[in-house]
Design a protein around this ligand. Structure first.
Ligand code: ZN
Length: 340
């Protein structure tokens, strides 16, 4: 069997989140896996199975106390309420596996130019607590691990979930300097957080009047108004990417490709169409791959009234990456330099 995709997709049946009756469609990862195979977008040989992250990786981001309490079940009712998912040992395993997926996806993205974790993107998780269906911040763990291994120095996170990436902004705070307010509540904070191992520049495009109530500053925050359309969204994404890449040159871009800016989303209030969301994905890959920046993709939220729509939106991100990879190669772009 030959490969159908020029990059790998990471999937494990253990990504299923044991939530009981819940607005989060816990089965979406399995449905995406099935749809990609059924529609011939990917073959079995395009998938890799991740291992769970090791505790030492999780501890690069999360506090020892919190990790210990997750392992021993000493999570308080208040903490469980803030997580908004029911605690169980199986839930903890699923989050360790998602983090392992993002770690592996990062190494493959650096080799192939693109890699998908068909899971992850738990951008509300903070160092010492879980929030908003997110227990462990898989993307932050993967970034810290890749920096520690010397695979990357500078990383950009582009978060297109409809909800603000408050965990990401907490873990990688931009240095507080004079911010430059631009129209539509668009804020730029210069000088992202820097350490000896490298810097992380964070961009969040989100609905302003939505969860979380408190939004710690990202390097660039685009606070979108309720009901923002495809055209408005794409213009702001373009603007934020151009601005970010003028200020910062990443070795890796972590794309948090939430499906919840969709107009039919139950937890979102924007008005993007399925086609508009695919244009969003295409824009992201066009900009990154034209500059030779590898992209690691995670899926984050998606709560469409019909779960099939969430699945379609997430599968379209794979299709967009495939299309743009091919277009970039045709134009003699820089894809081939990955893996050197
Ligand atoms: Zn979300």
């Amino acid at each position: 069997m030959s490969r159908r995709l020029p990059f790998f997709l990471l999937y494990h049946e253990g990504y299923y989140l044991p939530l009981g009756a819940h607005v989060f469609p816990a089965q979406k990862y399995r449905l995406i896996h099935e749809r990609l195979l059924e529609d011939g977008i990917a073959g079995d040989e395009d998938f890799l199975r991740p291992e769970p992250a090791k505790d030492q990786d999780i501890l690069l981001v999360h506090g020892h106390d919190y990790v210990e309490r997750l392992h021993t079940g000493m999570i308080t009712p208040q903490e469980e309420m803030q997580m908004e998912v029911p605690y169980s040992p199986e839930l903890v395993e699923a989050f360790w596996l998602a983090a392992g997926g993002s770690i592996l996806a990062t190494t493959h993205a650096l080799k192939d130019g693109v890699c998908f974790n068909i899971g992850g993107g738990f951008h509300h998780a903070c160092p010492d607590h879980g929030e908003g269906f997110c227990v462990i911040h898989d993307v932050a763990v993967a970034i810290r691990r890749a920096q520690l291994d010397g695979l990357v120095k500078n990383v950009m996170v582009v978060d297109c979930d409809v909800h603000h990436g408050n965990g990401t902004a907490t873990i990688f705070p931009p240095r507080r300097t004079t911010s430059a307010p631009l129209p539509s509540g668009y804020m730029v904070q210069r000088d992202p957080s820097a350490s000896s191992s490298g810097s992380v520049f964070t961009i969040s495009l989100h609905q302003q009047h939505n969860y979380p109530a408190y939004k710690p500053p990202s390097s660039i925050d685009v606070n979108l108004p309720d009901g923002a359309t495809d055209a408005e969204y794409l213009a702001w994404l373009d603007n934020a990417l151009s601005s970010g890449l003028r200020q910062f040159t990443p070795d890796l871009l972590c794309y948090i490709a939430g499906a919840d800016p969709y107009k039919e989303d139950q937890l979102g209030g924007l008005a993007l169409t399925i086609e508009g969301l695919k244009q969003r994905d295409r824009k992201l890959f066009q900009v990154a791959l034209a500059k030779g920046i590898p992209v690691m993709v995670t899926y984050a939220g998606g709560y469409a009234r019909h779960v099939e729509d969430t699945v379609t939106i997430h599968c379209n991100t794979v299709i967009a990456a495939k299309e743009i990879t091919a277009e970039t190669q045709r134009r003699g772009g820089q894809i081939e330099q990955f893996g050197n």
